[in-house]
Design a protein around this ligand. Structure first.
Ligand code: AMP
Ligand code: GLY
Length: 440
């Protein structure tokens, strides 16, 4: 936002070796952006993907192998670890890096509970007077069932733990809510992430994602964005990790952003300090902009995926500098410059996702897609096999373009996506339509 001062740091300072942890589209976008930094020495990505390999060295260590990651960092003179996904954050990756004397970008394990434990998040919101849906937490199915059955409005049933963005069921009928609770708590489709559930009221409005850098004291809000969680056009079908995103989100006017800052972000950071888990890293507020103002759907403790792709396409400033400022508690020195042009990311997925899907389908046309102006194809679930790029995940690619308007950014991203082919390629056709309807 506007009020921050200019950074005093130039490009002359010493080079920094960075270990980026993760392998998704978000990490490709982060690696691409870090690759532009004058401060970057070596970049290692663990485990990375064929996209991140263009900007550094992929290292074959999984995101859950925290001890091995830290050992690698120590041996390779890494000065900064950047942890992309939520699982290693909630397992305390940042604490372990820091204990070994390595700066780490992201919240501590205790602070990452904000995402990893929706019951904790609900409690913290309540005690910090942050507006969210009315909700109740249950640790056993019979009580959850009785509660849902006693209601005659729509309910939202959420696994309390981490479920890769798929643990939320928006149920217009209580009977569907009971089925969802049963799947989560009795059938354990998300394992122990479903030991507890949150049952909350359904909120009406338009969603937006607000991401901010936080260093424990200061908050620097990034440009707004919006994800598309359901698999199908018109927001139909089951939720996914995210099928596309755009930035900015026109539903977030300047006035709304001020409210989000003062009613949500500031009290949240204060609440985390009070709870004994000061917050540092990226704070992601998933919001419903209702008629009564912004309400929190969830907090995440990292860059959104795919929101990171359009947001980082628009970031003109040095990402490494701001990450260092966060780690060193001097975010108040930072001022970020943004490309005023909107960006749109269309996720190309494997047929069957978010259910079962096949892997290993050859992908063609990525280079042709990237020949379009201001377009980058971020890899998410890909691998290289016998020298060819093949599908290796549910969300395969994030085709991201800038444009002079959001409609033009959408057109560019879809033109690029049309050049890319693989068996069973699936993507939504309506990414950014909500924003276009608001005429940006
Ligand atoms: P979450 O992972 O909690 O953000 O939920 C995933 C998606 O479910 C959100 O992006 C919303 O589309 C939807 N959702 C979650 N909570 C609610 C709610 N209380 N009311 C309406 N929709 C919701
Ligand atoms: N795009 C939603 C998420 O990253 O959780």
């Amino acid at each position: 936002m506007k009020e921050q001062k200019k950074s005093k740091k130039g490009g002359g300072a010493e080079k920094i070796n960075v270990l980026l942890v993760g392998s998704g589209g978000r990490e490709h976008a982060i690696a691409w952006k870090l690759g532009q930094s004058k401060r970057l020495g070596k970049l290692f990505i663990a485990p990375g993907n064929p996209g991140t390999a263009k900007f550094g060295e992929n290292v074959n260590i999984g995101v859950g192998q925290i001890r091995e990651l830290v050992e690698f960092a120590v041996k390779n003179d890494v000065q900064l670890a950047v942890v992309g996904p939520e699982d290693p954050l909630s397992e305390g990756a940042v604490d372990t890096f820091e204990a070994a004397g390595i700066k780490a970008f992201g919240p501590s394990g205790a602070a990452a509970k904000l995402e990893a434990d929706k019951a904790f998040a609900k409690q913290l919101m309540r005690s910090s007077s942050i507006s969210t849906a009315e909700g109740r937490v249950f640790d056993n199915f019979p009580e959850a069932k009785a509660y849902i059955a006693s209601r005659d409005e729509a309910v939202v049933v959420k696994a309390a733990g981490l479920a890769k963005g798929k643990g939320v069921y928006v149920c217009d009928e209580p009977s569907d809510g009971i089925l969802a609770a049963e799947k989560i708590m009795v059938d354990k489709i998300f394992g122990s992430a479903g030991d507890m559930i949150v049952v909350e009221d359904k909120l009406l409005g338009e969603e937006a994602s607000i991401l901010a850098f936080v260093d424990g004291k200061s908050i620097y809000v990034m440009e707004s964005s919006q994800d598309h969680k359901p698999i199908g056009d018109g927001d139909k079908g089951p939720n996914t990790g995210g099928m596309g995103a755009y930035s900015p989100a026109p539903v977030v006017t300047d006035k709304m952003m001020d409210r989000i800052n003062s009613e949500i972000l500031v009290p949240l950071v204060a609440g985390m300090n009070r709870s004994g888990a000061p917050y540092k890293g990226i704070l992601y507020a998933g919001l419903m902009i209702t008629a009564g103002g912004p309400r929190v759907l969830e907090f995440n403790v990292r860059f959104g995926d795919p929101e990171a792709q359009p947001i980082l396409m628009r970031l003109k400033s040095d990402l490494l500098e701001v990450m260092l400022a966060v780690c060193e508690g001097r975010l108040d020195e930072v001022d970020l410059q943004w490309d005023q042009r909107p960006a749109v990311c269309v996720v190309m997925a494997s047929e069957g996702y978010p259910g079962d899907y096949e892997k290993g389908k050859e992908i063609s046309g990525i280079d042709e897609a990237e020949q379009l102006p201001d377009t980058i194809v971020f890899h998410a679930g890909t691998a290289v096999k016998d020298g060819r790029v093949v599908t290796d995940g549910g969300r395969v690619l994030g085709v991201t373009s800038l444009g002079d308007s959001i409609a033009e950014a959408k057109e560019n991203a879809y033109k690029a996506a049309e050049r890319i082919k693989f068996d069973g390629a699936y993507y939504r056709g309506d990414i950014a339509d909500k924003a276009i309807r608001r005429k940006v």
